[in-house]
Write a protein that binds this ligand. Structure first.
Ligand SMILES: CN1c2c(nc(N)[nH]c2=O)NC[C@@H]1CNc1ccc(C(=O)N[C@@H](CCC(=O)N[C@@H](CCC(=O)N[C@@H](CCC(=O)O)C(=O)O)C(=O)O)C(=O)O)cc1
Ligand SMILES: N[C@@H](CCS)C(=O)O
Length: 576
């Protein structure tokens, strides 16, 4: 059975791309240095997948900033304010769109579905002209081929691209970017033709908007797009890849009837209902790319469970048409567990980062054709069992407290107006009081102090002293500005989620488990493996220190529980 990976993290196991980008932006190194780091990362990713035995290896999932911005460049859809005058889009124009430049702001950035990844939103209007202006997909396909790896070039699909776009400034809000479909398809045709000429035998179109609730007009755009591309796509296998959720039943019908398409990729981790749709009918002769390995979390796959899912699917689509895959791009998980030297062996045995997930995908594909790696499977079964029974996962006191919760515990005893009165009596605020959200800029000095404290190069007293100085500066500044409700500036926090995780039990932390959030910026999501409790007060020390410095009210900032859950690697042994 064949194996496939939807996409792979770009930052590198030690965030090599981040440092290369920031050094280039700071003019400390040149474009060639950045290109070289990027090429080395791509090469090692491709080789890693090839040596793991993956059949369908993606290319063009690497990016120096964002895959949607790469598509904007491919389509030459540069907003006029960046003064691009044609030709192949280079770093100058590309990074101006991503980050702005001395005289222009960046394009808007927004969340990529419900992940913590952010993409650059295309700005389109009736006047937008499209032309083939970045040959990256083809160049990267050829680059891999020269290294001896035949890859599946990945493109953001034309319909998702338009559905994720917004009307440019000055364009009527009612303008629908989808009306530009007929104008972007000719560029896609050129790209496809070049990829075919370069030797590509498969092309993957990522169409994740298919998991959204689409109206009939939007759904029809998919039919229209792939019908129009059909003749260009002849002679090449086409994979339509969807992820992050179930496909609505109507969408499933439309998608599986698309012209010119050879295979469909579905997220079977978040999309449990899609499995039922497949069982209800799958087009004969087409490939099913079954996303059974979770691309959004760090838990080792339950290989035995995946094998039984895959066996059921095999009965429906046929042995030669089933491909084992990841649920989505591995962009949303950490890179490689081998660099985690501080996590204990028990927790480590429960985990799989991107590099380990590749191995899992291949092990599953082999097992399905009778080449089961018994040692690998039994180690996996043992890890699954240890995670289920480990006393570190369950905390009786937490379970007892949780089951004792009653409906009334979810409601406050007082109403809003009573609380407002009490607040006013105590704080005596003006009608429109001023405050800020909480954090002041994290300076290089602050980060250095924290780094030195964590590395035990400075004492706790020295650390507290440094943070106290910062708080006192921030308090003074706000008093000078006559702010009504002050904040302490959160200088002690490395990240608004990681910081709280560090104070709670049931959390584990990686040293290098970075996940790209946007551009060169990454987050290191905490790993929630057990019942969560709070061994001691958190943030009170700093807030009361700050309050002691002023007679004005000092606000305390807590990252809310839902945000902590959404931005951590959460348990998969509990309902979402
Ligand atoms: C508000 N946002 C947040 C999101 N998610 C979060 N979890 N947190 C957020 O604040 N999502 C939406 C938005 C936008 N997202 C981001 C994401 C990332 C950044 C950002 O600036 N990230 C930094 C990393 C910040 C950090 O954790 N810094 C640490 C230091 C880490 C470090 O570099 N350490 C050194 C050495 C460590 C050692 O020796 O021990 C290293 O690793 O080399 C800190 O301050 O302590 C980034 O640079 O990517 C912003 C908004
Ligand atoms: N208290 C947090 C909120 C970020 S939205 C901060 O100020 O960084």
């Amino acid at each position: 059975m064949a194996s496939h990976i939807v996409g792979y993290p770009r930052m590198g196991p030690k965030r090599e791309l981040k440092f290369a980008l920031e050094s280039f932006w700071d003019k400390k190194s040149g474009a060639e240095d950045l290109q070289m780091v990027a090429a080395n990362l791509r090469s090692s990713i491709w080789k890693q997948m090839a040596s793991a035995g993956i059949k369908y290896i993606p290319s063009n999932t690497f990016s120096c900033y964002d895959q949607v911005l790469d598509t904007t460049a491919m389509l030459g859809a540069v907003p006029p304010r960046y003064n691009w005058t044609g030709g192949e889009i280079g770093f100058d124009t590309y990074f101006s769109m991503a980050r702005g430049n001395a005289s222009l702001p960046a394009m808007e950035m927004t969340k990529w579905f419900d992940t913590n990844y952010h993409f650059i939103v295309p700005e389109l209007g009736p006047e937008t002209k499209f032309s083939y202006a970045s040959h990256k997909a083809v160049t990267e396909y050829k680059e891999a081929k020269e290294l001896g790896v035949d890859t599946v070039p990945v493109l953001v699909g034309p319909v998702s691209y338009l559905l994720l776009s917004k009307p440019a400034k000055g364009v009527d809000k009612s303008f629908s970017p989808l009306s530009l479909l007929g104008k972007v398809l000719p560029v896609y045709k050129e790209v496809v033709a070049e990829l075919k000429a370069a030797g590509a035998s498969w092309i993957q179109f990522d169409e994740p908007t298919l998991v959204k609730d689409l109206d009939s007009h939007q759904l029809q755009a998919f039919t229209q797009a792939y019908t129009e591309l059909e003749s260009s796509l002849s002679g090449v296998n086409v994979l339509i890849e969807t992820y992050f959720a179930d496909l609505p039943a109507e969408t499933y019908k439309t998608v599986t009837a698309l012209k010119g398409v050879t295979g469909f990729g579905f997220d079977l981790v978040r999309g449990s209902k899609t499995l039922d749709l497949i069982k209800g009918g799958f087009p004969s002769g087409k490939y099913l790319f079954a996303g059974v390995v979770d691309g959004r979390n760090i838990w080792a796959n339950d290989l035995a469970a995946s094998v039984s899912t895959l066996q059921a699917l095999e009965g429906i689509v046929g042995k030669d048409k089933l491909v084992v895959s990841t649920s989505c791009s591995l962009l949303h998980t950490a890179v490689d567990l081998v660099n985690e030297t501080k996590l204990d062996d028990e927790i480590k045995s429960w985990l799989a980062f991107a590099a380990q997930k590749i191995v899992e995908v291949n092990a599953l594909a082999k097992a399905l054709v009778g080449q089961k790696d018994e040692a690998f499977f039994s180690a996996n079964a043992a890890a699954q069992a240890s995670r289920k029974s480990s006393p570190r996962v369950t905390n009786e006191a937490v379970q007892k407290a949780a089951s004792a919760l009653q409906g009334s515990d979810h409601r406050r005893a007082t109403n809003v107006s009573a609380r407002l009165d009490a607040q006013q009596k105590k704080l005596n605020l003006p009608i429109l009081p001023t405050t800020t959200i909480g954090s002041f800029p994290q300076t290089m000095d602050l980060r250095r102090v924290r780094r030195e404290y964590k590395a035990k190069k400075i004492s706790e007293d020295e650390y507290v002293k440094a943070i106290k100085e910062e708080i006192s500066k921030v308090v003074k500044l706000q008093e000078d500005l006559d702010i009504d409700v002050l904040v302490h500036g959160e200088p002690e926090r490395n990240d608004m989620v990681e910081y709280f995780g560090e104070q709670l039990s049931g959390f584990a932390f990686s040293a290098n488990g970075w996940v790209q959030s946007y551009g060169s910026r990454c987050v290191k999501p905490p790993i929630i493996y057990g019942d969560v409790s709070r061994p001691k007060a958190m943030t009170v020390f700093w807030s009361s220190m700050a309050q002691s410095m002023t007679s004005r009210p000092m606000k305390g900032m807590l990252t809310g529980p839902v945000t902590i859950l959404n931005w951590s690697f959460v348990r998969n042994d509990q309902p979402r």
